[in-house]
Design a protein around this ligand. Sequence first.
Ligand code: UT7
Length: 332
Amino acid sequence: MYYSKITGLGYYVPENIVTNHDLEKYMDTSDAWIRERSGIEQRRFFKEGEDTVATMGAKASSIALERAGISPEEVDMIVFATLSPDYNFPGSGVLLQRLLPFREIAALDIRTQCTGFIYGLSIADQFIRTGMYRNVLVVGSEVQSNIFEKSTRGRDFAVLFGDGAGAVVVQRTEDPEHRILSTHLHSEGKYAEDLMLEHPGSRLQDRLWPTMVEEGKHLPVMRGSAVFKHALQRFPEAIMESLETNNYTLADLDLLIPHQANLRISKGVQEKLGLRDDQVYNNIQRYGNTTAATIPIALAELWEADRLKEDQLICLAAFGSGFTWASALIRW
Ligand code: UT7
């Protein structure tokens, strides 16, 4: 029997730190509002010419590969999660493929936004368990700071989202104990329009039109309170599903790493499940919401802080645009 295991973790965030006070200069907001409503204190914004989604993914991947002790030539597949690809097409997986000395391997982009990393991990797990691949690289990378507008009109997004990348190497193991135990993936497309970036899209005859920017049609839209409400329901469901499937209870859980959308959501989930502070990891204070990158950045930070110990039971959980939600349970 083949199983899969995370063997290397890395992350990269742009150097450019943007505080809440910096945002106050561009829009009607305040450090106090942002901290109180989201827990965010600062985030990173990329600099054109220095970073792209693909190059940030490559930097995080190089670190993850080195820590896994394998070379790019040994990777069998790239799974790249992003909502902010360098190009509309081709995807970011192939752009990463050419940045490091990979072979001519499979490169797959996935488009499930905040749950992209867990969906990617699940894909890696399936390909490894069937015996098709030994080594899969799963990457989450986002440049979101140029999607929203740094203005009062764009503040719904501007205060919450940031840029960054994380990557993990998933490898075949025959150890039935220490591995990815299960993944659970869900969607409910009837809420697609509650958190979306519609234009430029293919639904209209003209993808672009002269007054588009003036009308703000190029900006993402979010029904924040609806997202918040659904998140508070779906996070606990996904976490409990992963535990119950494996015959565990909340008491067995060593660490929950929730997707970092809002500290109030993480705290709400923690409270609902009765988890202690040391059982839940949050870093949104420093990076904001980096969408597909939040969970691999958090995992890599925990590894660097020597907080991932053998035998720990770790749950990853995410909710976001789609709506999609997902969980993964890992025995480290
Ligand atoms: O990965 C998934 C992605 N997204 C999420 O998970 C987001 C989920 N939703 C949320 O995190 C929250 O709904 C938000 C942080 C987006 C908003 O928090 P809220 O507590 O739901 O605030 P609100 O939208 O109800 O706005 C409260 C007030 C309003 O003013 P009035 O009507 O009370 O006078 C807003 O106009 O705050 C005002 N406001 C702001 N003020 C300063 C809204 N956005 C801002 C802002 N800065 N950025």
